[in-house]
Design a protein around this ligand. Structure first.
Ligand code: FES
Ligand SMILES: [Fe+2]
Length: 366
């Protein structure tokens, strides 16, 4: 999947790392503006069609000029002339493509009669406003990346240096979070998870909780409310007073993960800024800062974790990790097709227990 704007009229090749992991593909738009994704190896002698051009609404090979239509069939063989009988097998694979949610979705598995629908959770699908989308790769396994997005209680330990952690987005919305001018620094002090709920609906997990500073433990209402939605195989949507973003997390290979990151405008800004152009500045900035600020801070810790590929049974989870535990359980079921031997709902810290108690409540995963 790529951002809609990424696919332009001219042929384009996916990034290098995709080429190493996948069959080489080329993306472009036909004369009607429809996105087209095709195999990029010319069946004639193997030239890279990504280096070709669009000619007469077909993809023209840069070597001998054979042209391939949007359905993959070869339409012209210039060296045989315009009357040439073109062999049926002279074609390139065409990948099914759909455009939804301002994204281009491609099916690169086995060909089928029909393809599954694209279902984005409503938290992501409902956004009609301005957003910015960025894309990049990180050198770690996708399971580790996904798990890093399923909780935020690492914030005071990983992102405590406010200036380095994309504080502008934090501080700019601090008033909304009720933290006044000190919003950024107060936010990075929140660690305790309260009012934690996790729901499972098919392959979607929804988690809501508040993060509370140590000094506010007696008044959890002062905490920062979060909602995290995860939908298999790799979509995460996070909403709170200062964030509203979606990430699509895709494995490239065992050691690399592709991130598609979308930051939405703050709805409360709309009445003050009618210009969509101006409203696009903050999401654009948020996307760049995410890539340069907090995420490299996360990478410094998670790229070095063991085991490299996350799995059930590898950890001693605590109550606040319920979403992570459910992620691993469902992933196991989807990969292996069998129900897990037992469900591993983490034990909850009951009312009145001491603050440290939850941290000692381990959740076994087998
Ligand atoms: S290699 Fe593509 S036309 Fe010859
Ligand atoms: Fe983080």
């Amino acid at each position: 999947m790529v951002s809609r704007r990424t696919v332009q009229g001219r042929p384009q090749e996916p990034a290098d790392r995709w080429q190493a992991a996948w069959p080489i593909m080329v993306m472009c738009r036909d004369a009607r503006g429809n996105a087209v994704v095709q195999e990029a190896r010319c069946p004639h002698k193997g030239a890279n069609l990504g280096a070709g051009r669009i000619s007469r609404n077909a993809l023209e090979c840069p070597y001998h000029g054979f042209r391939f239509g949007a359905d993959g069939d070869c339409e012209a063989v210039p060296c045989l002339g315009s009357e040439a009988r073109i062999p049926k097998g002279l074609r390139i694979r065409n990948y099914p493509v759909r455009e939804e949610n301002d994204l281009v979705w491609m099916w690169w598995g086995e060909e089928r009669e029909s393809y599954p629908g694209i279902t984005a959770p409503w938290e992501a699908a409902r956004h009609t406003g301005v957003h910015a989308t960025g894309s990049w790769q990180r050198p770690l396994n996708y399971t580790r990346y996904i798990e890093s997005m399923l909780e935020f209680y690492h914030t005071p330990f990983v992102h405590s240096r406010v200036v380095d952690s994309a504080a502008p987005t934090t501080c700019s919305t601090a008033r909304r979070g009720g933290f006044g001018g000190t919003g950024g620094s107060r936010y990075v002090e929140t660690a305790k998870v309260v009012d934690h709920k996790v729901e499972t609906e098919g392959t979607t997990l929804r988690s809501s909780f508040r993060l509370v500073r140590e000094e506010d433990e007696d008044d959890p209402a002062k905490g920062e409310p979060f909602t995290i939605v995860f939908t298999f195989p790799g979509m995460v949507h996070v909403v709170n007073a200062r964030f509203d973003f979606t990430m699509w997390i895709t494995p490239v290979d065992e050691d690399h993960t592709q991130i598609l990151f979308r930051w939405y405008e703050a709805a409360w800004l709309r009445p003050f800024l009618p210009s969509r152009l101006l409203r696009g500045i903050a999401p654009g900035l948020g996307t760049v800062l995410q890539r340069m600020g907090p995420e490299p801070q996360d990478m410094r810790v998670i790229a070095d974790m063991h085991p490299k590929v996350s799995r059930r049974g590898a950890y001693k989870f605590v109550a606040a990790d319920e979403m992570n535990a459910r992620y691993l359980t469902i992933r196991h079921r989807l990969l292996h097709g069998d129900p897990p031997p037992e469900e591993h709902a983490p034990a909850q810290a009951g009312p009145g227990r001491q603050a440290g108690r939850a941290a000692r409540t381990h959740v076994r995963t087998t």
